[in-house]
Design a protein around this ligand. Structure first.
Ligand SMILES: *Cc1c(COP(=O)(O)O)cnc(C)c1O
Length: 374
């Protein structure tokens, strides 16, 4: 047995990742490129492994959240543009240069501070069109023009972020349209004042799937690349046939019999209504499988059968009721996220049971789980 799959592990289906790249490329407008968002260790998929596959497929634009994430990719030989979406202390300007990283300009004061470090750096200007998190306001065209004049900043891109592009509610669609209009109004005004426009981008996964026709240079795709939607039953305008890349697997390490009326686990939250067989699975919230799933009727798969998690999920293990399952033995593989033939436990459904979205569920996996390529 491989040591990586003795206990619990993340299994990556690289063919599915490649499939998703092909499908998304077919769906995006011809002049637009995929910018692969690989922050938070590629949403738990392993940033270097994922970016390496993407580089082999000629993807040459990446987005990360931090300067350290960017450096890690460069140290692994990743080529192309690496955009840092979030905050970097301007003192790190030498690292931005040395590793050829592109820094987002968080607002006007940040741009001025970075420019004052007297080192030429590549940047994208972030525009706030209504999210009110990062960015220079889309109304402040003169501030944006001034940033273009800052001599140490090479402006390679200008972008905004949509805050309710996932929603199909009319008021949210109207808000998103106003965000998009505000962004293009700004870029048109820049162009009219003689500025040669750098790369433009607006959409993340749901922005792209709900507003697929925007004319941009990049779409910043994260969760869709990993083949799932953020929530179950997403009703996006575009429904490409994406395939999940990640599966979370573990093994049955112990089977025990308990009598009717016996409880299992901390707090005695599960009390058996009949004589039962319980299997112990060595994966818990310390591995990123949310403790908040305790008592939420989630099931996992073993030998293509769905079995319920019972009792509280612990840091390192959880328990399932296998009384109704057939042929379950110690050593059998358990699928906590993923498919076993026609049976499926999807990340969006598990995430929703935990009161969250796939993005969070996936990126919290893997602090101690080995990643195995399929
Ligand atoms: C994380 C992030 C993305 C990717 O979002 P997905 O929903 O995973 O596609 C895109 N843009 C920005 C600014 C982000 O922070």
């Amino acid at each position: 047995m491989e040591t990586a799959t003795e206990r619990s592990w993340i299994e990556l289906n690289i063919e599915n990742l490649k499939h998703n790249v092909r499908i998304l490329r077919e769906a995006i407008p011809p002049a637009c490129e995929l910018m692969a968002v690989v922050k938070a260790d590629a949403y738990g998929h392993g940033a270097c492994a994922t970016a390496t596959v993407l580089n082999q497929m000629e993807i040459t634009a990446f987005a990360v959240a931090t300067v350290e994430e960017g450096i890690q990719l460069r140290k692994h030989g990743i080529r192309g543009e690496i955009l840092i979406l979030g905050y970097t202390d301007v003192k790190r300007v030498q690292d931005l240069q040395k590793y050829d990283l592109t820094q987002t300009l968080l607002d006007f004061a940040y741009a001025r501070a970075l420019n004052s470090r007297n080192a030429a750096v590549k940047t994208h200007i972030k525009i706030d069109t209504g999210m009110h998190r990062l960015g220079i306001s889309g109304e402040e065209i003169s501030a944006v023009r001034k940033v273009f004049e800052m001599k140490n900043l090479k402006i390679c891109g200008i972008y905004t972020h949509l805050c309710c592009a996932d929603s199909r509610l009319p008021e949210d669609i109207a808000f998103t349209r106003r965000q998009i209009d505000s962004f293009y109004r700004l870029t048109d005004a820049l162009k009219n004042s003689g500025i040669q426009l750098p790369k433009l981008h607006i959409q993340s996964s749901c922005g792209f799937l709900n507003y697929p026709d925007l004319v941009c240079d990049y779409v910043r795709v994260g969760i869709a690349l990993y083949g799932v939607s953020s929530v179950p039953d997403n009703e996006a305008v575009l429904q490409p046939a994406l395939r999940p890349v990640l599966a979370l697997k573990s093994r049955v390490v112990l089977i025990r019999f308990i009598g009717k009326g016996d409880s299992v686990g901390y707090g005695r939250t599960f009390v058996a209504g009949r004589d039962s067989r319980i299997a112990v699975i060595p994966v818990g919230y310390g591995d990123g499988f949310p403790g908040s799933l305790s008592g939420k009727n989630v099931s996992v798969l073993v030998n293509r059968q769905s079995v319920p998690v019972v009792g509280r999920i612990c840091m390192d293990q959880l328990t399932v009721d296998i009384t109704d399952a057939e042929n379950v033995k110690v050593g059998d593989i358990v699928t906590l996220i993923g498919t076993e033939e026609e049976q499926n436990v999807s990340a969006p459904v598990v995430a929703q049971s935990a009161g969250s979205i796939s993005n969070e569920l996936l990126c919290r996996l893997g602090t101690r789980l080995p990643i195995v390529m399929k």
